[in-house]
Design a protein around this ligand. Structure first.
Ligand code: CO
Length: 211
């Protein structure tokens, strides 16, 4: 059996099992989605959002990219954010990074001429390094430097979210969503909360919208 054929077979078995437990499972799920959470995570195959929090289909609206970034000029994550906030009325956004992240590691290396597009995607992470260069360079091991960068990058993405008009408008008119920055440990499977931004968070005036 080819590897992709196994996926199709597993899917059939999964759907059968779901139906055997609850014959209406897919009929109900197909009607609408009302997730309470938006998850912005890393594309890394070892950090599967629903699995690590034991969530069911319909519970989490998900966006994943390399190094869980929220970039103000990226229409992909912005459109996910707008739909999640303005249409699905989600209550919580979780930015989830993970220790030992390959994207973060790559951002701390030289640029690679064979990966020009990926390099560009990592540019904002290089900025995070530049802002905190002293604290990061002071750490003795590469692992420590990468893990601190992982955490700083999560804080940065949470902050970037709060600088968008989508979030500031929702905070002003609807007092939601709460934004969480979490980090996942590949070696123990555990999530650790790092930061929480509530709708009354004070925004630096240069990032502020007036409504
Ligand atoms: Co990663």
């Amino acid at each position: 059996m080819k590897s992709f054929e196994k996926l199709l077979l597993e899917n059939k078995a999964w759907a059968e099992e779901k139906k055997s437990v609850d014959p209406e499972f897919f009929v109900e799920l197909a009607k609408s989605q009302t997730p309470e959470f938006l998850w912005i995570g890393c594309s890394d195959s070892r950090v599967p959002a629903e699995i690590i929090v034991n969530a069911k289909p319909g519970e989490i609206f998900i966006h994943r990219n390399i190094a869980n970034q929220m970039i103000e000029t990226d229409f992909n994550c912005l459109s996910v954010l707008q739909y999640a906030v303005d249409v699905l009325h989600i209550k919580h956004i979780i930015v989830c990074g993970h220790y030992n992240c390959g994207g973060i590691k790559a951002a701390l290396e030289k640029q690679n001429a064979d990966l020009v597009i990926t390099n560009k995607w990592l540019m904002h992470i290089k900025d995070v390094y530049r802002f905190h260069k002293e604290a990061i360079d002071a750490l003795p091991t590469e692992k420590q430097r990468v893990d601190l960068m992982v955490e700083l990058n999560i804080l940065e993405q949470v902050k970037t979210l709060s600088h968008t008009s989508i979030i500031q408008k929702a905070w002003h008119y609807h007092q939601r969503p709460v934004i969480h920055g979490w980090v996942y440990g590949l070696s123990d499977g555990l999530l650790k909360p790092l930061v929480t931004l509530y709708p009354d968070t004070v925004i630096d005036p240069i990032y502020k919208y007036d409504f």
